[in-house]
Design a protein. Structure first.
Length: 674
């Protein structure tokens, strides 16, 4: 028991994006529960707190100045009395919480208001454990601790610059940091404004002294200035850096790092921050969301046996931009457990698929990944899901492209499909995303507006083109919505050659009028190199769908960016390819390798579609599928809503044969796509 209590007392726990403190509060409750089981009457827990102060008294007895020595010892002895009172006059959990908060738990958030709310939660948690005594001063309620150096406002992702090659560390720095830690420990329980001010002033003096020593040791001026001027007691400021050594006195890393990093997409990260991240993070990718960098930061902040436990978006498991994070977790950590949650809204305020990872620094070189969990749940609550399903069975399939969490039989089937042909990318298939129109209101017009423009001047028809949206596409068919795009591509002088359309665009304001030369809103096709591709035979599909919705399109039609299209390779018949892409086998494969939207639909984006394995067979072996696809297209041409399930089933059977699937494997596919 003693070893476990010691382990708890020496824990250093950090939430690097603590928000309002939900995760630090959660781990506080867990530790309080454990202490209640290990030390029901708090005998050992109380003694540990007293011993900590007694050790400080022993050090204080070495002070040469007798006045300072006696004053310091008197103050420390009063602290021991305060410890005893905390345990004797309050609920058992009060002493547990108070000293866990003081010694174990830390939080950082970039928003000062968030850290203020976190501190308030901890204040309330302590207040509810105090016993009211009307015979005592203040009804026996103890003053709340000072949490300014436990929850700080700072940018966790930005570190301070250090010398590239450190010489022997100046022992005076260690001495000053030790003194600073003691000042902050005393400030934690300081009660009077005068006492608080005394410690805060000493805090500032020590920071300044440490800054000067670091500067002498070769630290950059910018770093030493940041350390000297960072004031944890300024509750309205947020530091533009994070340094656990200077802010929390922790130099060897944290034992536990927990949290739910912010969900900020790559396009919402400021250019300035993105530049700094690019220069500092191995995991930098232009399209990576910010939570990826929090994972790398957490790995850096772990101590030699540190545990990391995050709940984040699960997109890094499969997305291309997640490759560096997967590499870091694989090479620098040992994954203990993973829970991948698809199509269930864990957070009320965010529609996102999430994963929960628990990992640690490798203890020895033979450490390998542990069995992890991949489960889909949609029960009443996460607790119900865990109680029913537990944490067991699937393994991770690691490759250079993604982490696939699946049962072994699914992994084996995935591998079999992947060696049964060439990917669309290997077949040199052109895959394009539809065009972005800048402003639909300005550049999209309806049938009546088209008629009006054409009646004014027939030349306007040259840049009025039909569009196709993702929602207009079904499996084997599509319906033109009778909407059009004003295709003002590069090199078109709209004002001179199409004055009616220019007048229309100008009515939307100067923000459109003056941007033609920049190739932005006035230029809908920013990548004009594939302008002519819209005129060719192509296979089109919707990005978000619960099943494959691919259709053959021979019209000159321009897709918006809710849809994709591809130009079939010259050696594969387009209708054969269409049948393969709409098959249950391909849908099964996508579900294994792709992230979902968080709304019950799959993402049929280029990153995944280009990896679809397509059987490479002679034309004679393609004709059976081509014939059935022709039948479907004929039926759909007469009635786009016609039911062609029987014909599609025939295609599925032929596709199974192309991939040489056994009856058992066919059953797996069919059960997975139902």
């Amino acid at each position: 028991m003693e070893h476990l209590i010691t382990a708890i007392d020496t824990l250093k726990i950090l939430d690097p994006a603590c928000g309002s403190g939900a995760f630090p509060m959660g781990i506080l409750h867990k530790l309080v529960f454990l202490l209640g089981k290990l030390d029901p009457r708090n005998a050992q827990w109380r003694q540990r707190q007293i011993d900590r102060v007694q050790n400080t008294i022993t050090e204080a007895e070495k002070i040469d100045d007798s006045v300072i020595r006696e004053s310091t010892i008197d103050e420390l002895e009063r602290e021991i009395d305060s410890i005893n009172a905390a345990f004797e006059r309050n609920a058992l959990d009060y002493g547990r919480k108070l000293y866990l908060i003081e010694n174990c738990i830390y939080g950082v958030d970039i928003q000062p208001i968030a850290t203020q709310i976190a501190k308030l939660r901890f204040f309330i948690s302590l207040i509810v454990e105090q016993k009211i005594d009307d015979t005592r001063e203040n009804r026996g309620v103890r003053p709340l601790p000072n949490l300014e150096t436990k929850f700080v406002a700072a940018n966790t992702l930005l570190s301070v610059e250090k010398p590239e090659q450190m010489t022997l560390r100046n022992p005076e720095i260690d001495s000053k940091e030790k003194a600073l830690a003691e000042v902050r420990r005393r400030h934690f329980t300081a009660r009077t404004p005068r006492t608080k001010d005394r410690y805060r002033q000493r805090d500032a003096e020590l920071r300044s002294e440490i800054s000067a020593l670091l500067k002498r040791d070769g630290f950059p001026n910018e770093t030493t200035e940041k350390i000297a001027h960072w004031d944890p007691y300024n509750q309205n400021a947020s530091a533009n850096f994070f340094g656990p050594e200077w802010m929390f006195g922790i130099t060897e890393g944290f034992d536990v790092i927990i949290g739910n990093p912010p969900y900020i997409s790559h396009d919402k990260i400021s250019k300035q921050l993105k530049t700094k991240i690019k220069n500092s993070y191995q995991s930098y990718q232009p399209f990576a969301d910010i939570y990826c960098y929090f994972i790398e930061k957490a790995i850096d902040l772990q101590n030699e046996a540190g545990i990391l436990s995050f709940i984040t978006s699960n997109s890094y498991l499969r997305a291309e931009y997640g490759a560096p994070i997967r590499s870091l977790l694989y090479n620098r950590n040992t994954l203990i457990r993973m829970l991948n949650i698809e199509d269930s809204q864990v957070f009320e305020s965010a529609i996102v698929n999430v994963s929960i990872i628990v990992s640690r620094k490798p203890i020895n070189s033979s450490d390998d990944f542990c069995i992890v969990v991949n489960s889909l749940f949609s029960g009443d609550s996460f607790e119900d899901f865990v109680s029913v399903n537990g944490f067991s069975y699937p393994q991770v399939y690691f490759d250079s492209k993604s982490w696939n969490l699946a049962e072994p039989k699914l992994v084996e089937l995935q591998k079999k499909l992947e060696v049964s042909g060439k990917t669309l990318e290997e077949l040199n298939t052109k895959i394009r995303l539809g065009i972005a129109t800048g402003s639909n209101e300005a550049f999209l017009i309806d049938e009546d507006q088209k008629r009006e423009f054409c009646e004014k001047n027939p030349i306007n028809t040259e840049i009025i083109k039909p569009i196709l949206r993702g929602r207009d596409i079904s499996g084997y068919s599509y319906t033109l919505p009778k909407q059009y795009v004003l295709l003002t591509k590069n090199g078109v002088n709209v004002e001179r050659d199409y004055p009616d359309i220019y007048e229309h665009l100008e009515s939307f304001g100067d923000k459109f009028k003056n941007r033609g030369a920049q190739g932005q809103h006035w230029t809908n096709l920013r990548a004009c190199s594939f302008y002519d591709d819209f005129k060719k035979e192509k296979i089109v599909w919707i990005e978000l769908s619960d099943s494959g919705r691919f259709s053959l399109c021979n019209d000159e039609v321009y897709l918006l960016n809710s849809a994709y299209f591809l130009l079939p390779p010259s050696d594969i018949d387009s209708k054969f390819l269409l049948g393969i892409l709409n098959s249950s086998t391909i849908r099964f494969y996508l579900n294994l390798v792709a992230e979902t939207s968080g709304m019950g639909t799959s993402r049929w984006i280029n990153n995944y579609v280009k990896e679809f394995p397509i059987p490479v067979v002679a034309y004679e072996q393609q004709t059976g599928i081509i014939k059935i696809v022709n039948q479907i297209l004929e039926v759909k041409a007469a009635d786009s809503d016609a039911n062609t399930a029987d014909l599609e089933q025939e295609i599925d059977e032929r596709v199974y044969a192309l991939y040489n699937l056994t009856q058992e494997e066919i059953t797996i596919v069919q059960e997975a796509v139902q």
